[in-house]
Unconditional design. Sequence first.
Length: 421
Amino acid sequence: MNKKNLLKALGPGILFASTAIGVSHLVQSTQAGEKFGFGLLWAVILANFLKYPFFEYGSRYANATGTSIIDGYKKLGKPVLWVYFLITIVSMFMVASAVGFVTSGFMQNLFGIKSSGATTLLLFFVCGGILISGKFSVLDKLIKIIGIVLLISTLIAFVMTIINGPMGSKPLFEGNIFPESDDGIFFLLGLMGWMPTALDLSAWNSIWTIERIKQTGYKPTMKETLFDFNFGYLVSALLSLCFITLGAYLLHDTPETIPNDPAGFANGIVNLYIKTMGSWSYIFIAAAAFSIMFGTCIAVFDGYGRAMQRTSELIFIRKKSTSKKQNSKMYTTTILIIVIGSFSIIELVKTTDFGIKGLVNIATTISFIIAPIIAVFNVILVRKKHIGEHAPPTWIKITSYLGIVFLTAFSIYFLVHKFGG
């Protein structure tokens, strides 16, 4: 691969990694280590492996066809597109509010702001303003810088944590590897639901791939597009293991716990780094943690904005194409709806016992339950009849079939356990 051309292709994979590293890693993986030691390590590894094909298919389809996988859903029939539209509506506000809630906590922690409502409002205003102004290139560059900073600091903290050893006295692999309580099962489903991220976000890979091509004017080869995606996915997977290790070594079987309010939660996460790197690192880590969550928040708003814009065009507008002005108006409207709806949900739950962890668990569990539907759609769209010679190799196909069984079985188990008594 030509290095110059490869640099032009890089971007969507890093955006994906940023989206994943946010809540599923900083929140869910750390909590998994805190609550269960390495008991749920199998779930993190299995989810990363078995969900890989479905995210890869988004990038593969975009490169092969020059269109997003959402356009592919329409080719499967209007009902399929409607199903995706409804799934997006159901998950959009919960996911965006969960990410926004977490990000506002890191913002409070970094800048010492007391009012969570004012923090969230300012955060959403800034995120919405950046996106509505059409600064995709700014987002792309911002994520790359932020991602490198957090990657390096997390790897340093991980290595130092391993060297220092666990803080608790219990063995980290002690106990059941499958939760027995209702809360534990609920947490497990949430952990896998966003590991590495929600499966319906696979459409965003294809959208960002198309946007990157428009931005650079360069059409990458399939190998270049998949290198970009695989790099981002691998970084995300490795960091999930780092965060579960930090939670297991520094919090499991210790008196310390991560608070449920946003600011306290953020401070608890930052303190994990300080335990291994020293108090000198506080401002550095606090800034890096907020930055990665800020990038995640923008990426989530952007992804849902673009996905809803394209889905709405395909469902409600009969024209084959729309003008840039119409596209911009629809995107702006969607971003405003996301901002208002998500802020309203945060205001409803922030003063309750439900708190940040409850909101995240609800959002992630919803994502897991709807994942099998998206998985089946994506598998159908990467057959030879749709993308010809660019169809995936046999090992990825087999993995995707195993992934569908895995996602479906756990979703049924959860629904029966929850509602079947």
